[in-house]
Ligand binder design. Sequence first.
Ligand code: PEP
Length: 253
Amino acid sequence: MRSKIVAGNWKMNTLVSEGVELASSINRFFSDNKLAPNVKIILGVPFTHIDACVKSVDYTKISVAAQNCSQYEKGAYTGEVAVDMIKSLGAQYIIVGHSERRQIFGETDAIIAQKLANCHKNAIFPILCCGETADERDDGSYFDVVKNQLIASLCLTDQFNILRTVVAYEPVWAIGTGKTASPDQAQEMHKYIRKIIAEIFTQNIADQISILYGGSVKPDNAVELFSQDDIDGGLIGGASLKKEDFIKIYQAI
Ligand code: PEP
């Protein structure tokens, strides 16, 4: 059975003290309430917060993710953070290829493929983001765009490691805009992503991969999105910064 996942992406928000308070309050909720079976909670925090957040949560219920990593393993890359450094702090996941990294920092699929390979080499789970822009949705090329992103970014990933990868479909036009893909639009793309993974790997593998939806998920749209057959949870930006909203979104799964 595929895992259900509710993952937060705090982006570049909160001071360390505020992040620890947020992680601790989410942790308190899961100390008082049983985590639903087969559901994983992940907090995607800034690099500076990883150590303190890992120490603030019960790792059997809540995992911590980094939001990026270097494509390089070590060396003269000023300002970069390697996967094994992230792993050494106790993070278990890394968000890779977020559209903000692609658009603002010029990350290509080739770079993303290398980052995935580094994650797999270090036994850390990447959350691979893909998704089309508004123009690509409007001109009808969105299936091809997502297919090409998946083929190119998974070119260094083998059958063993794809099973240690989470995919997040995040239409760029829905991220931080308040516009959400309709449940039908999201389901249509998630089903297509599973088909592409089956073509690259096998149907059996595709059936085991968790595919998350991201793009303005809120407590009032989460139930309908998460009830779709191929939507296995969400990658949540803005709403993950409010404990109450994040918990309500978890309760929708
Ligand atoms: C994101 O940043 O991954 C995201 C989905 O953001 P938001 O939920 O704010 O649209």
